[in-house]
Design a protein around this ligand. Structure first.
Ligand code: HEC
Ligand code: HEC
Ligand code: HEC
Length: 132
């Protein structure tokens, strides 16, 4: 197969960009997620095996859905994002993790996975929020 120089240059440029984006912040492995101070937490913090998810072939943008591919990752609760304490608000903190139809929410994706026969992805409150 003949590989043109142009293709190689494009590949190198791509890898440099990816490398730069990843160098910005290390990809977390295991995380413990909790509510920001602006929200009075009723539930226990949640274990999130980030590495298992980001190494499982899921694209970063599946979850980091506002990410432009190069800037620093925002938190779900960053100002102007899912920062509303009221459960009912469109941009509520709660919905970011529990919206049952959104593929970027924990519960939404896990419910879809369960439908596909996955038995590992947790979907019940107690599985994610151990008793306080
Ligand atoms: C797949 C995991 C998962 C499941 C299942 C889940 N949650 Fe959560 N929940 C989270 C994550 C992640 C957060 C954000 C981190 C935090 O606040 O602890 C959160 C936050 C919350 C919050 C806002 C913060 C607080 O502590 O008040 C409430 C309320 C909540 N969950 C209630 C529930 C209830 C009730 C259920 C069951 C109907 C449930 N969750 C099921 C992952 C889950
Ligand atoms: C299954 C969903 C999911 C996938 C896939 C995913 N992430 Fe994340 N990532 C999260 C969540 C949730 C957080 C915690 C956000 C928070 O604290 O509000 C996070 C946090 C991060 C943070 C830390 C941000 C901070 O300031 O604390 C970085 C860096 C990051 N992810 C990079 C990546 C990269 C790079 C990829 C792709 C290789 C990726 N993530 C894939 C869900 C995901
Ligand atoms: C886009 C899809 C997707 C999103 C979003 C997602 N998950 Fe998962 N998660 C999965 C799948 C698929 C599995 C099952 C992996 C397997 O079968 O080994 C899983 C498994 C898990 C497990 C069990 C891991 C194990 O090996 O026991 C935990 C805990 C978990 N997820 C927490 C979370 C939390 C907390 C969030 C939100 C912050 C979240 N996940 C968001 C797809 C997702």
């Amino acid at each position: 197969m003949k590989v043109s120089l142009y293709r190689i240059l494009v590949l190198v440029a791509f890898l440099l960009c990816v490398g730069k984006a990843y160098a910005a912040a290390p990809i977390p492995n295991d995380m413990l997620l909790s509510a920001p101070e602006s929200i009075t937490a009723k539930k226990a913090p949640v274990q999130f095996p980030h590495g298992k998810h980001s190494n499982a072939g899921l694209e970063c943008k599946t979850c980091h859905h506002k990410w432009d591919g190069k800037s620093e990752m925002l938190k779900c609760s960053s100002a102007g994002c899912h920062d509303q304490p009221s459960k009912k608000a469109d941009m509520s903190f709660y919905k970011a993790f529990h919206a049952s139809k959104a593929k970027q929410s924990c519960v939404g994706c896990h419910k879809a996975a369960k439908k596909q026969g996955n038995t590992v992805a947790p979907t019940s409150c107690r599985q994610c929020h151990p008793k306080k």
